[in-house]
Ligand binder design. Structure first.
Ligand code: FAD
Length: 336
């Protein structure tokens, strides 16, 4: 255990936060022992790769850094393979490893930063694929009691950038391992517009998709090692068909994408862009010149200026369109 640990290198916003106690977790038994040793009523914070968090200046109590490793093939049945992976494995390394084993289905999610355990939390998605499609089960430990459980895909209530783990019914679970079901003959998924354009001349193979996703992401997204960021700062709002019909009367050009059921997803980037936020800089945080949905650090070292700029952006979108923007990263610490 490290007392008064500096978390600057453990979050991609490079915020100068500290943890009262930082514990690196490498096994389920150790995790349960740490939970058992907590003072009564104490609830630990959990950190994976730190690529989707806004850390408050000081995290009181214990922060668990999930570093459990391991990749185990549990079964192979025909073309399908089930693999159990430790929560602390790097997501991108796992995707590339699967690809080289011939286990397909995750190539579109290459180069997303963070850990395997962090992936189910917001059901990571990119280029037309969501991780939920490939999750068979999620193994968890209860944050208060240390009880173990195995949640099926249905139990996890995956939705667009959302899952049980982000709500009161599931926030107590700490993910220790994830079981993925992959397929040696998975269909190549290349329908997402920018991917299709990039691959227009190429043969549609898993190799080609992996290479294209990596090259598009390298071109378009800021590298958090150089420029502090968490990828998209806001979720795309999901609204009812009735609400989009009203919105379209005043803004017919608003981009709309299908969502589940009767709902539709609208582009948060478009809403923010229309209001002239791109390039706006305040107190060391800037709306990216290239992406209205990405906020970049240019000197800010605490959560406050990030949250203040986000609040102003969301307020202006609400005023102009009567649409609520929701933060994609999780705020961790004192104001949680
Ligand atoms: C440049 C960049 C690009 C990105 N692109 C995408 C993208 O295309 N699509 C996308 O969906 N996301 C994207 N993200 C967001 C982020 O990478 C993902 O959400 C990632 O899965 C977060 O994982 P993490 O391990 O870093 O989680 P963290 O940031 O450490 O944690 C995020 C949340 O999950 C909780 N958590 C983490 N691990 C566990 C665990 N084992 N058990 C319980 N709770 C846990 C934390 O408490 C916190 O609430 C991007 C981020 C960056 C910086």
């Amino acid at each position: 255990m490290t007392a008064g640990a500096d978390l600057t290198g453990l979050n991609t916003l490079q915020l100068h936060a500290t943890a009262q106690h930082l514990v690196t977790v490498i096994s389920v038994d150790q995790l349960r022992a740490e939970i058992a040793a907590l003072e009564e009523g104490a609830v630990p914070h959990v950190l994976g790769g730190g690529s989707n968090v806004i850390l408050c200046d000081h995290l009181p109590g214990t922060t668990l850094l999930m570093a459990m490793k391991g990749r185990e093939v549990l079964s192979e049945d025909g073309t399908q393979v089930v693999i159990r992976v430790g929560a602390g494995e790097s997501w991108h390394d796992f995707v590339v490893w699967c690809h080289h084993q011939g286990f397909h289905g995750l190539a579109n999610l290459a180069l997303i930063p963070g850990s395997v355990g962090g992936a189910p939390i917001q059901n990571i998605g990119a280029y037309g694929v969501e991780v939920a499609e490939r999750i068979e089960a999620v193994h968890v430990v209860h944050r208060h009691t240390g009880e173990r459980a195995c949640l099926s895909r249905d139990d996890c209530e995956f939705r667009y950038r959302d899952s049980l783990f982000k709500h009161s019914a599931g926030v107590q679970w700490i993910i220790t391992e994830v079981d993925f079901v992959l397929d040696r003959e998975a269909v190549v998924e290349a329908n997402y517009p920018s991917l299709r354009t990039r691959l227009s001349e190429a043969e549609l193979t898993h190799d080609a998709v992996l290479a294209a996703v990596i090259s598009i992401r390298r071109e378009r997204l800021p590298d958090p090692v150089i420029t502090p960021n968490v990828g998209s700062f806001f979720k795309n709002p999901v609204i009812s068909q009735q609400d989009i019909d009203i919105l379209r009367q005043n803004f017919p050009e608003i981009p709309v994408y299908p969502a589940s059921g009767d709902a539709v997803k609208i582009s948060a980037a478009w809403l923010i862009d229309q209001l002239g936020w791109r390039g706006e800089e305040r107190d060391g945080v800037k709306v990216s010149d290239d992406h209205a949905l990405v906020l970049e650090g240019c000197g800010a070292r605490s959560a406050a200026p990030w949250l203040a700029l986000a609040e102003d952006i969301a307020g202006s979108v609400k005023e102009a369109y009567d649409v609520s923007l929701e933060l994609e990263p999780r705020v961790i610490g004192a104001t949680e």
